[in-house]
Design a protein around this ligand. Structure first.
Ligand code: FAD
Ligand code: UDP
Length: 367
């Protein structure tokens, strides 16, 4: 008899949802977390009475009824709708790409005029778009590509848009309506008490060891439980034996400002190449706060090196091929299941992450 049924590496959303489901079935779980707090990248802290998204803006959005019911069963969500604004050399454009953007950019007013202008600009792209640049021009034309996409994307990913896969830009809606909602999903909001409260609910009653890196004593920890759910980097687990997967990292610079309202919206994207950060978030606007001070965070993209947080997997062909090789190794690990954004090397949003953890729980915990 091992001491625990499940050893869960990582207290992010994936690990926490799995732990919650396992505990409901009477399973004994131990969570190891190398950071000094729970929650992974959705962790929030409190500063000046304002909930601060410590690792960048997190807006919950989903069209999956089951996932929405699941999170609402744990905490109350507010009615925040993400409507970021892009700042290109001081010109302000609504995002995502919609009639507000087109009318300001092209000095037109109707969907027919916007479509005609974009059709004219996209004529330079022949055939299926082969990279992000071609995909972007074919979606919104060269002018919007140049002002709102090229600089932002090249900062974010550290590469030329011609060397990036088209799918990254297809995440964003393109709409011929005056509608600044960044997402197309049916449901959207932010937990009223922040995401840490959500994770605390999921982990209620679970043993968690913070400041504990599983990889420092892997065999010892694995011996504690029948099964391990591992949500760290898959290449890290195997000591990068087949080579390193590509990740993008970020650096966050947070300041408290002695003013009530700094930018008038939660997220402003800085789309020109010359400004080194990609966005500034003003946290109070996620919760319609009216505190006398405000907290802002500048988000600087960074090349990832060992020892830094790997925030984004770079799912280009070369990395996906390498991931498949690691996945084959993972399948031979027997009692270790790899999950989450880093374990599965997938650009998961929170809802997809919950969906995946619930689906694992369903198969793994079936009687
Ligand atoms: P993580 O949150 O990364 O959790 C993994 C945990 O494992 C971490 O706590 C880590 O410290 C721990 N760990 C790793 N290795 C070890 C080890 N060896 N030993 C012990 N512990 C270890 N999604 C949305 O739906 N909406 C958004 O608006 C949104 N915005 C985002 C903005 C940014 C800047 C980023 C980076 C992501 C965003 N996401 C958003 C995605 C969201 O963050 C993820 O879907 C979610 O956090 C993934 O949870 P996870 O548990 O897979 O991974
Ligand atoms: N993007 C852009 N300009 C913007 C916002 C986004 O070009 O003002 C592009 C960029 O390539 C980014 C992609 O759209 O990587 C997806 O944006 P999203 O906001 O979904 O990225 P995330 O929230 O994952 O950082």
């Amino acid at each position: 008899m091992k001491q625990y049924d499940y050893l869960i590496v990582g207290s992010g959303l994936y690990g926490a949802v799995f732990a919650h489901e396992a505990m409901k079935k009477g399973k004994k779980c131990l969570i190891l977390e190398k950071r000094n707090h729970i929650g992974g990248n959705i962790y929030c802290s409190e500063v000046e009475g304002i909930t601060v998204h410590q690792y960048g803006a997190h807006i919950f959005h989903t069209s999956n009824q089951k996932v929405w019911d699941y999170v609402n069963g744990l905490c109350r969500f507010n009615n925040f709708i993400n409507s970021p604004v892009a700042n290109y050399k001081g010109e302000m454009y609504n995002m995502p790409f919609n009639m507000n953007t087109f009318s300001k950019m092209f000095h037109i007013s109707t969907p027919a005029e916007a479509k005609a202008e974009i059709a004219r600009q996209r004529a330079e792209i022949k055939g299926e778009p082969k990279n992000l640049e071609e995909q972007a021009i074919s979606l919104v034309g060269r002018e919007i590509y140049t002002k709102l996409i090229k600089g932002y994307t090249e900062k974010q990913w550290g590469r030329d848009c011609k060397d990036l896969p088209p799918f990254i830009i297809k995440r964003l809606p393109v709409r011929y309506r005056y509608d600044n909602n960044y997402f197309n999903d049916r449901y959207q909001g932010i937990p009223e008490e922040g995401y840490t409260a959500l994770i605390e609910k999921l982990l209620a009653g679970c043993e968690v060891r913070l400041n504990t890196d599983f990889l420092e004593a892997k065999e010892e920890y694995l011996a504690l439980a029948d099964t391990c759910i591992y949500t760290g980097t898959i290449d890290g687990y195997f000591h990068y034996c087949l080579g390193k997967l590509g990740y993008r990292s970020l650096r966050f610079e947070t300041e408290v400002l002695d003013e009530e309202n700094h930018q008038g919206v939660a997220v402003v994207n800085y789309t020109e190449r010359e400004i080194p950060y990609t966005r500034i978030i003003e946290h109070k606007h996620f919760a319609f706060g009216e505190q006398p001070k405000t907290v802002i965070t500048k988000e600087y993209p960074a090349d990832w090196e060992e020892g830094m947080e790997p925030y984004y997997p770079i799912n280009d062909e070369e990395n996906n091929r390498l991931y498949e090789e690691y996945h084959k190794l993972a399948e031979q690990e027997g009692n270790v299941i790899f999950g989450g954004r880093l374990g599965q090397y997938k650009y998961y949003d929170m809802d997809k992450c919950i969906e995946a953890a619930l689906s694992l729980a369903e198969s793994e915990l079936a009687e």
